[in-house]
Design a protein around this ligand. Structure first.
Ligand SMILES: Nc1nc2c(ncn2[C@@H]2O[C@H](COP(=O)(O)OP(=O)(O)OP(=O)(O)O)[C@@H](O)[C@H]2O)c(=O)[nH]1
Ligand SMILES: [Mg+2]
Ligand SMILES: [Zn+2]
Length: 347
């Protein structure tokens, strides 16, 4: 079947952005796959998805706007004027930072609309030949690197800068842990970035250095902290605002690597209007080109398990062999979470 809708339907859907249209098409293909019905054209499936959204909207007793603050296993958290609510994503693909509308049906909130993304940050998803969203609607991406422990890895900065450039946000480089620095010349590798127009801010979350400068630059903006595990993203966020109290972790002595303390992205609205998003550290940029299948191969307990759907995300699908293995103990909850985290990281 064609993977594109007809010109006629495209004309009717002219009011949608390209991203919204892509999303709609993707959902239509998913719905078709799930039903196993191959007779109808993609146009028909797209129209069914639209009708489904309209039905949900029509049944909703109440609709609220909000910002997606975290993604849980089966639900998402949405900050609304009524506080934080749990909602089901349905088959909308959403990410932290998304502006959404949620509708209440009986006691359940459902996402009914995802607003067009102003900016986005995504990593290449080599496995799918596409991209994997990290966060949406941020003004600034703060690339956090550290010195000494973990050591400075400037190459990661380049990859992030390309991704930021593609997604429309502005970059900032934050060198954390400068309290550990014995030789200031170590920071010379960052001079070209500053000369290229990227703000480079030397910080110590521990000694409260550079935080004021960072705060001044980012006041009132929506900001995401990204970088390797253990560089101090959560510590910086905490230094930014005492109200946060995010968990921070250790850096293993032997390898100078972080211990993946933060496992999910979370969005926090500060009282001064700044919005901060903390993200889990990426393991190494080598993983950037690893595929989801390669992660799966690292988990012997799931070999030979089968899922009903070929593109199963192992989160909510019926007939998922992995969820069944978790349910009956063949795979531990902890290993499952590790696998899902790695999948999210590499994809
Ligand atoms: N010396 C020094 N240590 C710091 C500084 N900032 C953070 N740390 C320490 O570095 C370790 C890792 O900090 P986290 O904030 O958990 O790092 P993270 O980037 O959030 O790590 P993940 O959540 O695993 O991605 C903790 O032990 C912090 O106390 C700093 O400015 N100087
Ligand atoms: Mg963290
Ligand atoms: Zn599955």
């Amino acid at each position: 079947m064609k993977q594109q809708i007809s010109n006629k339907l495209a004309a009717q859907l002219e009011h949608l952005t390209r991203a919204q249209l892509n999303d709609l098409t993707k959902r239509a293909l998913q719905l078709r796959l799930r039903t196993g019905d191959r007779s109808a054209s993609l146009d028909v499936w797209v129209q069914r998805v639209i009708q489904k959204d309209q039905r949900v909207l029509a049944r909703a007793e109440k609709v609220l706007k909000g910002t997606l603050t975290a993604i849980l296993l089966n639900e998402v958290m949405v900050q609304t004027e009524q506080g934080v609510l749990l909602a089901r994503p349905g088959n909308h693909s959403v990410i932290v930072g998304d502006h959404v509308q949620i509708g209440q049906i009986a006691d359940q909130w459902m996402i009914v609309e995802v607003e067009p993304r102003r900016t986005k940050l995504s990593r290449p998803d080599v496995g799918n030949g596409g991209e994997r969203l990290i966060v949406a609607n941020v003004d600034y991406v703060v690339i956090v690197v550290s010195v000494v422990s973990p050591p400075l890895h400037p190459r990661l900065i380049d990859r992030y800068l390309i991704a930021i450039q593609n997604g429309g946000a502005k970059p900032v480089i934050c060198v954390n842990k400068v309290d550990l620095l014995t030789d200031e010349a170590e920071l010379d590798v960052l001079i070209p970035y500053r000369e290229g127009g990227v703000p480079v801010i030397a910080c110590s979350a521990l000694e409260d250095r550079g935080i004021g400068e960072l705060r001044e630059l980012l006041a009132g903006q929506t900001v995401v902290f990204v970088g390797h595990s253990g560089v101090g993203k959560s510590s910086l966020a905490n230094a930014f605002s005492a109200e946060l109290g995010l968990k921070t972790g250790l850096v293993s002595a032997g390898y100078g690597r972080g211990t993946h303390t933060t496992t999910v992205s979370s969005l926090h609205q500060l009282s001064d209007g700044t919005v901060l998003i903390d993200t889990p550290g990426i393991r190494s940029f080598g993983l950037w080109s690893t595929t989801v299948d390669e992660v799966g191969a690292a988990f012997p307990e799931i070999q030979g398990l089968e899922c009903r759907f070929r593109d199963c995300s192992h989160t909510t699908e019926p007939g998922c062999g992995i969820l069944a293995a978790v349910a009956d103990g063949r795979m531990s909850q902890e290993r499952y979470e590790t696998m899902m985290r790695l999948r999210a990281e590499v994809a």
